[in-house]
Design a protein around this ligand. Sequence first.
Ligand code: ZN
Length: 190
Amino acid sequence: MSIGHLVLRAVPGGQVPTLHAVIQTLGEIGLIGAPYRTEENRFLAGDRFLQLITFLGCSPYLQLEPPPGGGDNFCHVHLSEPSEQPGFLYGSNTRPPRCPNCGQPFTEWKIIVERWWSRDETSPVCTGCGHAQNPMDWNWRRKAGFSRLFIGIPEVFPGEAVPVPDLLTTLQGDEAEWDYFYVQDPTRLM
Ligand SMILES: [Zn+2]
């Protein structure tokens, strides 16, 4: 079992660069090093990984190499294939998001999002203020997120590490805004 993942995401709405372009950029700045499992777009941490991801407080021992017994429970970089429509990534740590208009939490968020997703229906209405909101605009408080392209870093406890602003700016280029969140036991809704 993994302790959690730090996830960088291209914020929906902008142009998403190709996987090839993102891999090239991450290689150039040193976030990723050698391919680990190419078919899954997994890479070992690059030589500037620890300059680009800041681990806060007294970090535990960081395992940057595959464990002797195998498996993916070590700190590396895992890119998703870009999808046509934004996918939704959430986890066991996801808490009710808040309405960006009035701040009321959507306690039934999972049911609402699944329904909204599968029927492609109009945006759910907030019972607090009556505004129709696209769940992509809800404030997920860095505990879930929508994107067409995710970059996951396993073995990061929520809040334990943050990307330096330079990393997000570099990814951003002039095409898409990037930010980050954390998931434990991730589930992806496509
Ligand atoms: Zn509201």
